[in-house]
Design a protein around this ligand. Sequence first.
Ligand SMILES: *[C@@H]1O[C@H](CO)[C@@H](O)[C@H](O)[C@H]1NC(C)=O
Ligand SMILES: *[C@@H]1O[C@H](CO)[C@@H](O)[C@H](O)[C@H]1NC(C)=O
Ligand SMILES: *[C@@H]1O[C@H](CO)[C@@H](O)[C@H](O)[C@H]1NC(C)=O
Ligand SMILES: *[C@@H]1O[C@H](CO)[C@@H](O)[C@H](O)[C@H]1NC(C)=O
Ligand SMILES: *[C@@H]1O[C@H](CO)[C@@H](O)[C@H](O)[C@H]1NC(C)=O
Ligand SMILES: *[C@@H]1O[C@H](CO)[C@@H](O)[C@H](O)[C@H]1NC(C)=O
Length: 665
Amino acid sequence: MDVRLFQVFVVILGVSATLSSPQSYILNDKDGLGRVFDGIGGLSGGGATTRLLVNYAEPYRSQVLDYLFKPNFGASLHILKVEIGGDAQTTDGTEPSHMHFENDENYFRGYEWWLMKEAKKRNPNITLIGLPWAFPGWVGHGKNWPYDFPDITALYVVSWILGAKQYHDLDIQYIGIWNERNYDSKYIKLLRYTLDKSGLKRVRIIASDNLWEPISLTLLLDPELSTAVDVIGAHYPGTTTVLDALKTQKKLWSSEDYSTFNDEVGGGCWARILNQNYVNGLMTATISWNLVASYYEDLPFGRDGLMTAEEPWSGHYAVESPIWITAHTTQFTQPGWTYLQTVGHLEHGGSYVALTDKRGNLTVVIETMTHDHSVCIRPPLPPFNVTCQNATFQLKGSFASIQQLQVWRSQFNFKTNKPSFFEKLAPLKLIDGSFTLHLAEDEVYTLTTLTSGQKGAHPDPPPSARFPKVYKDDFNVRNPAFSEAPDFADQTGVFEYFMNLTDPGPHVFTLRQVLTQRPVTWVADADQAISVIGDYQWQNLTVSCDIFMEKEKTGGVFVAARVDKGGQSIRSAKGVFFWVFTDGTYKVTNDLAGQTILAEGQSGTQAFCWHSLTLTVEGQFASGFLNGYPLWKKAVVLIPQKGWAAIGTQSLELAQFDNFDVLAQ
Ligand SMILES: *[C@@H]1O[C@H](CO)[C@@H](O)[C@H](O)[C@H]1NC(C)=O
Ligand SMILES: *[C@@H]1O[C@H](CO)[C@@H](O)[C@H](O)[C@H]1NC(C)=O
Ligand SMILES: *[C@@H]1O[C@H](CO)[C@@H](O)[C@H](O)[C@H]1NC(C)=O
Ligand SMILES: *[C@@H]1O[C@H](CO)[C@@H](O)[C@H](O)[C@H]1NC(C)=O
Ligand SMILES: *[C@@H]1O[C@H](CO)[C@@H](O)[C@H](O)[C@H]1NC(C)=O
Ligand SMILES: *[C@@H]1O[C@H](CO)[C@@H](O)[C@H](O)[C@H]1NC(C)=O
């Protein structure tokens, strides 16, 4: 729909509203429809945001998946977007690439394949999207840039799509460029060409997963590029778009949005943008970063998912308000439905959208979220007022003869702190195609001809519990679907299950850091590899681990406690780090970078030989054991006072870990 026409329409509404009370709004398809709806989705990755979900025991893991994907149950998502693992830190951790090295291919790493299959199991029609944040180092030939060899980058991305089909029977429908980083027109065209040549004409390209500009203008100026791109995906658009984007006549998507703490204000943010991304910006898909908050809460952007599942050790999870807000749209529409032109703002604040399947069905979603109860993390929200109001909707065109609508309501009830979400009310009888709603503040309504909605429920999950104080993993028992050991959250580097069948003694099954080259990074990864685990509140504890260094002359590994940072701040992480090196020395440092030395000396450690490290931290003192004997004592540790346990390597180098063991007080 033309924006100017839309503005004229709003003005007319405003005028007519002053003439009659209550305000009335027309829902009509007589003069044509609006844009085709593409769905509501969630984003797993960017990075490692679903890390902990895979380690939940059944039935809790399946229950969480039901709340996300099962049609007519919970969020019933239309779209699942995943990160194409690139071995680098992408916000809350690293996700493994399917090609760590040029001649390496493995389509069973990480959990995104599994997640896509679980989503598809529940909703065979789910739209799948892949997007890279980072790339393995070889793709950039050692440069932190993926476009110098665009043919290699395109082949790398296309191999991921082909692998999804070949090994998991997953049809990826959309592919992105480089998340929130530069695009390169030559690369996009080459990607299109490579897709077409690989029998993937059906795979559509989204560009550029950043701002509306400069991609929109570039598309207007370059017809060949415009042919290659199907969707303009913008991030955190604040519900608005720009003229250039409209002029391209491309589909406009909010391809990453939300990123807000998932309390009730988060739910309010989501309610407002799901409607207003179309009303203000003609966006026909909105995708939440993230899908499910399934990473340690003290990592960046804790709990910024549609629901929370961050305790695999207890099985506890929480179905937060955004799940039910999503249901208001997703359970009563499908990708391929069409927005009516008659959508807009309500006279006293809030908005309404209407969609149809063009077979007589109508779904109307109304939200009256107030400013303070619908603030998203970004961008800043300009002031506006919402007050209670009566709103009359007049159905015209093909909808004039509808006699009854199903009604679903959410009331945030911020004053009483007793919200009610996604409640089915008595059907509404229409009189002459018209109905009036008394709308209070902070409400969401769905009115629909569909009778299929359902507020799904599983029994309450187990109560919340802290990470166990006694924790052991010998890496012998492994879930074959996953390459990563439970609860370890890689922050730089990739730690994978490894099996050594060459006369290995007691260490057949280990965990191995496998990266040897710095990836094309998305943020400033550490120079070391590190994987954190446990309870961020841990103060006093003993961490033990057997280690095996594989870098002959200059290798080194560590075990650590009180690691205070992860995510994009990982380079500046502090903690107590106990290192041993292949040159026969040890070091104790207060930081991951190894700058502040608390103790150092001879250890006799060497490569290709198993050693056992033990680190004990209590109050202001730390001590270390090597192979069961004291190596250093009473190093003074003033900060940090708490944090995760960790293992890691001094550079991106091969090293193995076995018999990891924590005893916390
Ligand atoms: C998938 O889409 C088809 C065609 O639109 C539809 O008939 C079917 O009911 C859908 N299945 C689910 C599980 O939504
Ligand atoms: C509405 O949708 C239902 C379910 O998909 C379908 O059976 C029906 O034909 C559609 N049209 C009307 C007017 O109900
Ligand atoms: C909101 O209402 C207050 C009080 O009536 C008024 O002062 C303010 O200008 C209004 N703000 C907007 C953005 O309309
Ligand atoms: C809405 O209508 C009811 C009567 O149906 C009236 O009592 C109420 O004051 C109206 N509310 C507003 C905000 O106009
Ligand atoms: C596998 O085990 C053998 C025998 O202990 C050892 O020599 C070799 O270095 C190990 N290889 C790896 C990659 O761990
Ligand atoms: C850690 O140990 C110190 C010194 O023994 C003690 O003061 C402190 O309370 C302990 N902290 C916890 C959380 O147990």
